[in-house]
Design a protein around this ligand. Structure first.
Ligand SMILES: [Mn+2]
Length: 319
């Protein structure tokens, strides 16, 4: 954690980049937009850049229409804030290639696997969402928490905490969420866009995923998988996968839920969730990935069948 005032650190820079991870989720989008609006009040102008367009369900967030793709990056930019990224690779593109002049890196995150890659690192692994850290930072900067900022940060909190159900939810999370409602977070709109907005494709992907549901280790491991063929035939985009892993996770007696997704021939993305005792951050690290104790991921370069075999093997040893 750093005590320096972020506004002072950033004051010499004309334009600052805010970057988040690939396949943006509610936490990184809400955190980035909330931070951008807070900094703007202090005369600090930012470009929020993400590798891919945000999922449609987050399009209600004020400022989301101004999010840029890496192609439109300002090559002269010298300062960058990484939001919700455990390491620099999480942004999904080579920053040095796009912005060779970067000389100030600020890292704001809550992943236990964070590598403290910044010149300044604001990493709080107790925070349920990066949005919690951004909120505290904005208060410290004496930014005004507008209804738009409150909506962005509430979205970050409510999505990364699984609607305040996951173990990362603390009394602080709930207190901050209550504050954000008082500041005018638009809870009804958030609810409508995020949880009452499934497309037919979402449901077809869910059908295919549930069709694959399998068990291991006396039903303590439950997993689902989607092959590249299935994904192509359903014309799926990244956002259709969100939340699928909660189905195997929700089954009584299951400790570890795993979702295998073949994204290219010989490339399989794996997501892990655990309930009580298996540290899936360590589990994902075996395959070069990471994340949180109860939620993590990794990517394997092999066939879907091989990925399932290898990952189940390692998981079984930890059950
Ligand atoms: Mn997060």
């Amino acid at each position: 954690m750093f005590d320096e005032n972020i506004a002072t650190i950033l004051a010499p820079y004309k334009k600052i980049l805010i970057l988040t991870h690939e396949m943006p989720d509610g936490d990184c989008i809400g955190s980035a937009l909330g931070l951008a609006q807070g900094l703007k009040q202090k005369g600090i102008y930012t470009d929020v850049v993400m590798k891919t367009p945000i999922p449609e369900k987050y399009s209600f967030l004020p400022g989301s229409e101004e999010i840029l793709l890496p192609d439109s990056l300002n090559k002269q930019v010298e300062a960058v804030i990484f939001v919700d990224c455990s390491d620099m690779e999480r942004i999904g593109f080579n920053l040095k290639e796009f912005c060779p002049k970067i000389n100030m890196i600020i890292n704001i995150d809550h992943h236990v696997s964070n590598t403290h890659f910044g010149h300044f690192n604001l990493v709080d692994t107790q925070a349920a969402a990066t949005g919690e850290i951004i909120y505290k930072l904005l208060l410290k900067m004496e930014a005004e928490i507008t209804p738009d900022i409150a909506t962005a940060l509430y979205t970050a909190l409510v999505t990364d905490s699984g609607s305040f159900q996951y173990d990362n939810t603390t009394s602080t999370t709930l207190k901050l969420a209550a504050d954000l409602l008082d500041y005018g977070a638009n809870r009804k709109t958030i609810k409508k866009y995020i949880w009452e907005n499934s497309s037919l494709t979402d449901i077809n992907v869910l059908k295919a995923a549930l069709n694959s549901l399998s068990f291991s280790a006396e039903n303590k491991i439950a997993y689902i998988y989607l092959s590249l063929n299935t994904i192509n035939s359903l014309q799926v985009s990244d956002e259709n996968f969100e939340g699928l892993i909660n189905y195997p996770r929700s089954i009584a007696g299951v400790e570890v839920a795993i979702f295998f997704k073949e994204i290219e021939p010989q490339v399989v993305k794996v997501s892990f969730r655990s309930k009580e005792y298996v540290d899936v951050n360590q589990l994902a690290a075996v395959f070069g990935g990471g994340g949180h104790v109860r939620a993590a991921g990794c990517t394997l370069s092999c066939s879907l069948d091989d990925a399932i075999k290898q990952v189940l093997n390692v998981t079984q040893q930890r059950i």
